[in-house]
Design a protein around this ligand. Structure first.
Ligand SMILES: NC(=O)c1ccc[n+]([C@@H]2O[C@H](COP(=O)([O-])OP(=O)(O)OC[C@H]3O[C@@H](n4cnc5c(N)ncnc54)[C@H](OP(=O)(O)O)[C@@H]3O)[C@@H](O)[C@H]2O)c1
Length: 327
């Protein structure tokens, strides 16, 4: 069977290799044999492969955060999952064709979600959900609160738009290029720029912007900070610009704006499996109601370098997925 292996950190297009590996063993009593159907290539996967993580796992490594799969076999004590079920993986290192997982590491979300959509139903929607759940966002305050987010045509941001009404929050969306305006199927989309804060004011007047969701870092963080109401919080959850956060001192000193980091992994570490899995049903429900996570292209395992090269390009209209067919 095929796996994607990283033997050295570096340019993901060059160091990610599709190699043959031994088949996994039979599942133990609490385990299942998982056949990957699809996995997306996320910015975080590329960061890890480049070696840009604070704590790096030992090499060689298999990357991957999300995947959908089919259950091929189950151990004798596994009751609620059976061979043939289509499931979502909660375990990392997903870039393999087949693997053994503990039954707790897979989730069945019912019919009506195709494997490509299912493969993207964990990391990004859960990031959107857990950020929207932050007390600073004030979801339960019954006040007419807004949040502002950049990289608004990204997968996380589209989930923020989709889920925000459940939290009673309104969203201002910011993209970095005019031709992405029509990609964001939401109201209130602005193109980023030095006068962003003024344009936000022009748009919503005295309404309160309580939080900013920043996927980019660098100066983009400062532009979100300047757009917040006094005392608001910017959650820096991504580093797409690959440079340090810059925020004007006056926003920090005189307007009391807070800037903090957000990590879904850090957040879910303190949650039980049930707490993590519960919102996944809501995400699946959104898909069944017609919400689509955009897909730019799919590739087979053996074309991993081409898949990564396309994932690394800006101006995509959706995710790049790698797919595998059960034998
Ligand atoms: N902290 C966490 O727990 C967590 C969890 C999940 C994701 N994330 C982060 O969330 C961000 C979005 O992830 P995703 O999977 O939703 O992304 P995605 O769907 O793959 O979309 C990529 C987005 O990044 C934008 N972009 C790429 N390079 C950029 C740059 N140099 N400057 C500004 N914008 C840039 C793209 O804009 P164009 O279309 O204009 O190229 C697009 O909007 C990533 O930084 C990811 O690491 C963080």
């Amino acid at each position: 069977m095929k796996i994607v292996q990283i033997a050295e950190f570096g340019d993901p297009r060059k160091v990610a290799r599709c190699i043959e590996a031994p088949e996994p063993p039979e599942p133990g009593p609490d385990e299942v044999l998982f056949q990957t159907l699809a996995f997306p290539i996320h910015p975080a996967d590329l960061m890890l492969i480049r070696g840009n993580y604070l704590r790096l796992p030992p090499l060689p490594l298999v990357p991957g955060i999300d995947a959908s799969g089919r259950i091929l076999r189950v151990g004798r004590d596994v009751k609620d999952i059976k061979p043939g079920d289509t499931v979502l993986s909660l375990a990392r290192q997903t870039w393999v064709e087949r693997r053994i997982l503990n039954a707790h590491e897979v989730v069945k979300l019912g019919a009506g979600v195709d494997p490509l959509q299912l493969a993207m139903l964990y990391l990004n929607p859960l990031t959107a959900w857990t950020m929207l759940s932050r007390p600073e966002v004030g979801a339960d305050s019954k006040v007419d609160n807004w949040i502002i987010q950049n990289a608004a045509n990204s997968s996380v941001a589209r989930w923020v738009d989709r889920l925000a009404p459940r939290f009673g929050i309104k969203v201002l969306n910011v993209v970095r290029r005019p031709d992405a305006l029509d990609e964001v199927q939401a109201d209130n989309v602005l193109v980023d720029g030095l006068d962003l804060a003024q344009r936000v004011k022009d748009k919503i007047g005295e309404a309160k912007v309580v939080a900013g969701f920043d996927a980019i870092s660098g100066d983009a963080t400062g532009r979100l900070a300047a757009s917040l109401s006094p005392g608001g919080t910017v959650f820096v959850y991504g580093n797409l610009a690959e440079c340090p956060v810059t925020v004007a001192n006056e926003d920090l000193l005189f307007r009391g704006v807070h800037v903090t980091g957000f990590s879904v992994t850090r957040t879910t570490t303190n949650m039980s499996r049930d707490e993590v899995v519960k919102p996944l049903d809501i995400f699946a429900e959104e898909i069944r109601r017609g919400f689509r996570q955009e897909i730019e292209a799919t590739y087979p395992f053996e074309s991993i370098s081409a898949a990564i090269a396309e994932a690394m390009q800006g101006h995509r209209r959706g995710k790049i997925l790698v797919t595998s067919q059960p034998e």
